[in-house]
Design a protein around this ligand. Structure first.
Ligand SMILES: [Zn+2]
Length: 119
């Protein structure tokens, strides 16, 4: 079990970063794409803008003086999303390589193989 957790942690770090565009692989928003707002590396969850929304009751606050029901994006498990390669615009498996002493992600799609991160 511990080994499995480590693998997932590695997967999370390699695959997804804040600001990435991802596609949802399961749930009610399956197939939809959105931008990653938060990556929770310890719980292996990502929050994607506009995805997996749930209604939440909020108390009145300074930002929202009336309170009431708002839509909030719930985190989804990392295994339920896949990175969209910004170069080929397709769901991508990524690998890592070192460029200029920096680890960058590289798209593994056939015909693409482009570096995803700016170095
Ligand atoms: Zn690509």
């Amino acid at each position: 079990m511990r080994k499995f957790k480590k693998v997932i942690e590695k997967l999370v770090k390699v695959q997804i970063k804040k600001g990435d565009t991802v596609v949802l692989l399961s749930g009610k928003d399956k197939g939809k794409q959105g931008r990653v707002l938060v990556v929770d590396y310890t719980r292996h969850k990502v929050t994607v803008e506009g995805m997996n929304n749930a209604k939440k009751a909020v108390r009145p606050s300074q930002q929202n003086q009336k309170g009431g029901i708002v839509d909030v994006a719930l985190p989804v498990h990392i295994s339920n999303v896949k990175l969209i390669c910004p170069k080929c615009s397709k769901p991508a498996n990524v690998t890592r390589k070192v460029m200029n002493n920096k680890k960058v992600r590289v798209c593994k799609n056939e015909k693409c193989k482009e570096v995803i991160d700016k170095s």
